[in-house]
Design a protein around this ligand. Sequence first.
Ligand code: GDP
Ligand code: MG
Length: 306
Amino acid sequence: MQDDTLAARVLKGDRRAIARAMTLVENGEKDADKLLAVLGRKTGRAFILGITGPPGTGKSTLVDRLVSEYRKKGVNVGVIAVDPTSPITGGALLGDRVRMVQHTLDKGVFIRSLASRGWSGGLSGAVSEVIQILDAAGTEVILVETVGIGQSDIEIMNVAHAVMVVTMPGLGDDIQVSKGGLMEIGDIYVVNKSDLTGADAMVINLFGIVRGMKGRSPAVLKVSALNSQGIDVLFAAVEKVRTKFLSPEGQEMRLRSIKGIMMDLAKRRMVDAFEKRVNKHIPLLVDKVAEHRLSVEEAARKLAEA
Ligand SMILES: Nc1nc2c(ncn2[C@@H]2O[C@H](COP(=O)(O)OP(=O)(O)O)[C@@H](O)[C@H]2O)c(=O)[nH]1
Ligand SMILES: [Mg+2]
């Protein structure tokens, strides 16, 4: 059977098969479920690191540097870049390709950009599915870059084993970071662009916030991705978390990630099914609210129960 062949090839790490499998799941094709049923039983080895933060802070540049560090150690890496074509980051996809070009010929690196489908109750795009494919294919480290705005960042926290939040000087101090809920989710905080003025103030600010956290002590590190400064210290911090993940102590992280992926997939299924089910009832209910025959609250309840 075609699916079995594709799954078997993915499990062997065949790059063309991996790319094809990703396209299947991203397009939501029928065979995707069968494929994931096979691959989804061969996962659990990859370390998943989420990298998030406001647009333009240098996430993609940092990802590129981390990929280089991992390749020096002979570790194979997958990169998932979510929503690189959003209007806010405008045309960053091309920029990402240019930044990562040095890795595109490396067989130990697999880079995939995913278009955001918008929020539908879970992570944008097919991140959870693509993670499973890379994991099953034997990828040791998966770096997931999400644009630091909105729901997808909070969701990545549940799916990733650890989260790196990237900031830079001149973002209005810590406001951008604390406002978006980013202060709740990081295991490692990076102040990038330390070659610009204001980096030290930003670090002090973040230290202040981090010190007040109960039960958590995330690292705060100053780097310049552009000049490759501080990357060694950052990489060591990431590897410290990965070492824990690989040890018996990492079981809690593993279970949390499984739960996150499962909930993401389940929520998306529910929202899809809900929309299919209620679509036909919407126009009549909207009319009734417009005519003051129902409150919008009552209409919403009817829709939820339809
Ligand atoms: N000055 C300076 N610029 C940087 C640094 N890191 C990245 N950049 C630049 O910041 C811009 C945005 O970087 P990018 O990696 O695409 O950010 P992303 O949107 O967070 O992925 C690019 O023009 C990078 O060259 C840095 O350490 N210092
Ligand atoms: Mg980027």
